[in-house]
Design a binder for this molecule. Structure first.
Ligand code: GLY
Length: 298
């Protein structure tokens, strides 16, 4: 049996200022298109999620990859995770430095090791083994990107980065009905070195199970982790609750139980889409194989 190919992506839930709305909309639309192209060219949902997230890790205005928030010592420490709903295998990396596509490293963990999560220096060594080249952020940014990056990171929280809301993520279902979810982040701005949030933890920052669906989370990582938010939404979906209702219920539970904030995107096993957030805005876009262009919203 063949399934309808679908991808949904997010660029974070936070109070995105008016000045950044167009950039965010264009970037999530591009990410969804890249993921769908992978799916229509015969790629798996793992390929689609990885490529969609990589495109957002390349944007300096998202808190992931090149645009990641800095820790209290001014360093970038990145977290990412990917999970395959067909096998329940997951791979994650945490507190990695100088690897600007941590979603790809997370995929290598899932596919090349028996582990679920590799952190810090170990992740760096593993990256080297996989042939993933370490880079310095200074060498990666174009002049325009460096200007925008400095502007966004030097301004107070009203513009960006006191929180972790602009984490990125994607969920996709491929022609075989396999569901994958992935998430990537720089974490909290000003975090203690070594701090790890929800993003690389299966069930917290993302979860996927073909029996229920897939979910990717964004927002305040400590709160999301304490309620295992993404698994909570999937557990509702397995009972037949739609993705939309499950995402809404999970975000409601996050606020009610731990005063958490953030957002979720999801796809249930029937291909139903879900989006919920309790922040001012959330950048997201989806694309089904029947659509010509993605539908971005902020
Ligand atoms: N949600 C991303 C983080 O808190 O690290």
């Amino acid at each position: 049996m063949t399934a309808k190919r679908i991808i949904i992506v997010h660029g974070g839930a936070w109070n995105i200022p008016n000045s950044l709305i167009d950039l965010h909309k264009a970037a999530v639309a591009e990410s969804a298109s890249i993921g769908m192209k992978m799916l229509t060219n015969g790629g798996s949902s793992i390929d689609a999620v990885e490529s969609a997230v990589r495109s957002m890790e390349d944007k300096v205005f998202f808190n992931a990859g090149k645009g990641a928030a800095r820790n209290s010592e001014g360093e970038l420490e990145l977290d990412a995770m990917i999970m395959d709903g067909a096998t329940l295998k997951a791979g994650g990396v945490a507190a990695v430095k100088n690897i600007f596509h941590p979603i790809t490293l997370a995929r290598r963990v899932m596919e090349l090791t028996d582990h679920v999560l590799i952190v810090g220096d170990g992740a760096r060594k593993f990256a080297r083994k996989c042939g993933i080249v370490e880079q310095r952020i200074e060498d990666l940014l174009s002049r325009d990107e460096a200007k925008l990056y400095d502007e966004l990171n030097s301004k107070p929280a009203t513009v960006k980065k006191l929180f972790a809301g602009d984490t990125v993520g994607a969920v996709a279902i491929d022609v075989d009905g396999n569901i994958t979810a992935g998430t990537s982040t720089g974490g909290l701005s000003g975090k203690l070195p070594g701090r790890v949030g929800d993003t690389p933890l299966p069930g917290c920052g993302a979860y996927a199970d073909n029996q229920s669906g897939g979910v990717s989370a964004t927002g305040w990582g400590e709160a999301i982790t304490r309620v295992v938010l993404s698994k909570h939404a999937c557990d509702l979906m397995v009972k037949g609750v739609s993705s939309q209702e499950a995402c809404e219920a999970a975000v409601g539970m996050l606020a009610q139980k731990v005063k958490g904030w953030g957002g979720l995107i999801g796809i249930d096993a029937k291909g139903g889409l879900g989006v919920a957030y309790n922040t001012g805005r959330m950048a997201r876009a989806f694309l089904t194989e029947e659509m010509n262009t993605p539908k971005p919203s902020v």
